[in-house]
Design a protein around this ligand. Structure first.
Ligand SMILES: [Zn+2]
Length: 408
């Protein structure tokens, strides 16, 4: 899908001339987006365009309003240089993080700041046009609330669980009802360019751009919520595989004699270790008379969901902690296979279960130490995500900006 900055719609000349100009402008915008306020000399170095041409392009971009003057920098001999930066309010990116039971919506300015953030609980993911219609309405309400005109929307980035072909804009597990694909469908409904990717890969992009994977080259990002997702940064790039389906870590076979998984196979990792299974085991334990903070929940008519379980763990509920501990052995074993194969420098644990903090990090680390080859595991860091619930949302922003400034 072609993404254009607002000013690019006004460029004139032959197709080739327009394309060349667009590329030159984007090199400058890209430099300022990734490096912040910079002088012309600094832009020349990364954009590899001559100094007089950069000066002239910067003048144009100031005229378009996409960049602004930003004070005076330090002298490196001679006159102190003028600095330029992106105009944060020039355009906006809408981020939509679709979960099975809730929807997170955000609007970002060009400085990656959240100018709008809303979580819609009990927004059940359904494979139909009504769901997309409701989603489109939420996007429109968000833009009206913060008074952003429709022409100022650069694109909408979506993250969603399941199999996603980001290149083709197709989702195969959820929102697969429209033959044209979810991106084309929402593009017709909303009138904006739409980008989609799998939630774990969006999280990995978020971690790479804004979180602990910044400046790292080989990082595995785990999305531990109801299911298990995996986003892989390999050699500095997001790895998607042939069809964009890489990272289905939750569906590797662990127990051939095990139980049926949501994917139709038997004994996947997700059937032994996932938020969904943890919640189910805790509910079953309580039904069988197990003592727990959560037993009170049931009596009060409240739902025991993953959020409630994580809260109980953090409050020290022994039964919930024990159940999580048991699950971590399978997770640890699964992760050991990954680190033996890929030799990452870091594994980031994100998603709702990551909020259990030390109660998940310590047992996972212990099981990994037990099963991994010391030489491979000892220099690898296992860390908790700082971005927590926002990682996938931040990833949608990173995905859109990567696409627009790389001009692909
Ligand atoms: Zn499965």
């Amino acid at each position: 899908m072609k993404l254009e900055f607002l000013y690019e719609k006004t460029l004139t000349g032959t197709l080739n001339a327009k394309k060349r100009k667009q590329e030159q402008y984007r090199k400058i915008v890209s430099h300022l987006y990734y490096n912040g306020a910079s002088s012309i000399a600094e832009i020349v170095k990364t954009a590899k365009i001559s100094q007089p041409l950069v000066a002239s392009l910067v003048e144009d971009l100031l005229g378009f309003g996409v960049i602004l003057e930003n004070g005076i920098g330090e002298s490196i001999g001679g006159r102190r240089p003028n600095l330029f930066c992106i105009n944060a309010e020039y355009q906006y990116v809408v981020g939509v993080d679709i979960n099975l039971h809730r929807l997170n919506l955000a609007v970002f300015d060009m400085n990656n700041h959240l100018v709008y953030r809303e979580e819609f609980k009990e927004f059940e993911l359904e494979n139909n046009s009504e769901y997309c219609q409701a989603l489109a309405e939420k996007v429109n309400i968000a833009l009206e609330t913060i008074n952003v005109s429709r022409e100022r929307v650069l694109a909408v980035g979506i993250s969603i669980p399941g199999l996603v072909d980001a290149e083709k804009g197709l989702t195969h597990t959820h929102l697969s009802f429209a033959e044209e694909g979810v991106c084309a469908y929402l593009n017709r409904k909303l009138g904006f360019s739409i980008l989609v990717d799998n939630d774990a890969r969006a999280m990995a992009l978020g971690e790479k751009a804004f979180g602990k994977a910044k400046d790292k080259k080989n990082v595995l990002c785990l999305n531990l919520s109801n299911g298990i997702g995996l986003g892989m940064i390999l050699n500095g790039e997001l790895y998607s595989g042939k069809n964009g389906f890489a990272g289905e870590f939750g569906h590797i076979l662990i127990d051939p004699e095990g139980t049926l998984c949501s994917c139709g196979k038997i004994g996947c990792l997700e059937t032994l270790t996932s938020g969904k299974i943890l919640v189910r085991q805790i509910r079953e334990g309580i039904e069988n008379g197990q003592e727990s903070f959560l037993a009170k929940y049931e009596k009060e008519g409240k739902k025991i969901d993953l959020r409630a379980v994580v809260d109980a763990i953090l409050a020290g509920d022994q039964f919930a902690i024990d159940q999580l501990n048991k699950m971590c052995e399978y997770l640890g074993k699964g992760l050991v296979t990954l680190i033996h194969l890929l030799n990452p420098e870091m594994i980031i644990i994100g998603g709702r279960l990551a909020q259990a903090g030390k109660y998940i990090m310590s047992p996972v680390s212990m099981w990994m130490n037990k099963y991994a080859m010391d030489k491979i595991s000892s220099e690898m860091e296992l860390v908790n995500s700082d971005l927590l619930d926002d990682a996938a949302l931040m990833g949608t922003m990173a995905n859109v900006m990567k696409k627009v400034v790389s001009n692909s």
